[in-house]
Design a protein around this ligand. Structure first.
Ligand SMILES: O=C(O)CCC(=O)C(=O)O
Ligand SMILES: [Fe+2]
Length: 304
């Protein structure tokens, strides 16, 4: 059991063992978007882990640095000023520690924005390469779902302040509890502080993803798992906080329009392959997801 010197600091926030060197996921698949093998590499990574890192993505370092410095400035403001950005639900604004509507707590503060910019371009290129690698035509079969009018895109900026109360105790606070992302893909960039972990072997092992501020990390989300009839894995992930360093992350969630039907793509179904999910729209899934806790298996109710 961990005894805290100042228990009120992380009151209500679940604690996790601090990651050690042995927990590092050194084998994160790396996709070089500028190379001809990118399409095949994306499909391979989505099948094996539902997760990969993208390099040579074409987004200027200056663009990313500016977003980061603006973010640090925003979160450094007085609480009353940040609160003026509005409550994070519904649907955009600033929130702290309380993640969503159903009682999930984390050691973080965050800002939700409607956003369209460079990172969307990365998501589109990744989805185009994915379609190519899967052998589905046209090339925008997947990316059109996020470029069409009315597509449901969200950009989330997370700040995990240091948690010095936990220093030397061998544990960390849960920054963001374990979950899968509901959309098609999520594209994440962070500062140089690690903390992101992904689950391997159906959750039997948690591994830490080494930070890389020059790269984007891509998660397969629940909707893409369904579109591929389970061939791609919606990866379970979480964030653990550091006692000494703050983490800043930027996540672009590429979602389709509310009316988009989420059903396995016929081109991907083998002869006689059983369809694993009931039909639903993105709007229906989003509504159902808001009713669940973060760590719930939200797809379970849509399985056949
Ligand atoms: O902040 C991070 O690094 C990841 C957070 C996350 O998974 C999310 O906002 O869905
Ligand atoms: Fe997430």
């Amino acid at each position: 059991m961990v005894v805290l010197a100042n228990p009120s600091v992380v009151d209500q926030i679940p604690l996790l063992p601090s990651p050690g060197h042995r927990d590092t996921f050194a084998a994160v698949p790396v996709v070089d978007l500028s190379r001809p093998g990118a399409a095949r590499a994306i499909v391979d990574a989505c099948e094996r882990f539902g997760f990969f890192k993208v390099i040579n993505h074409g987004v200027a370092t200056a663009t990313m640095d500016r977003a980061e410095s603006e973010t640090v400035k925003f979160f450094a403001q007085a609480q009353a000023v940040k609160d003026r950005a509005g409550p994070a639900y519904p649907p955009f604004g600033y929130g702290s520690k309380r993640i969503g509507l159903n009682g999930d707590m984390g050691w973080l503060e965050f800002l939700l924005l409607a956003y369209v910019a460079a990172v969307r371009g990365v998501a589109v290129r990744v989805l185009e390469k994915m379609a190519e690698g899967l052998g589905i035509a046209p090339v925008d079969a997947l990316s059109a779902m996020v470029t069409e009018q009315g597509s449901d895109q969200v950009f989330r900026v997370n700040h995990y302040p240091p948690c010095p109360a936990l220093q030397g105790l061998g544990c960390s606070a849960t920054g963001f509890g374990e979950h899968t992302d509901p959309q098609l893909i999520s594209v994440l960039r962070s500062n140089g502080t690690s903390g992101l972990q992904i689950a391997l072997r159906d959750g039997a092992q948690w591994v830490s993803v080494p930070s890389d501020r020059d790269a984007f990390f891509v998660n397969v989300g629940d909707s893409l798992q369904v579109l591929t009839n389970g061939r791609f894995k919606s990866v379970k992930h979480r964030v653990v906080t550091s006692s000494l360093k703050s983490r800043v992350s930027f996540i672009y969630f590429a979602g389709p329009s509310l009316a988009q039907r989420i059903v396995p793509l016929p081109e991907l179904l083998g002869d006689g392959e059983e369809i694993l999910y009931k039909e639903f729209t993105w709007g229906e899934y989003k509504k159902a997801a808001y009713k669940t806790r973060l760590g719930d298996n939200r797809l379970a109710q849509f399985e056949k």
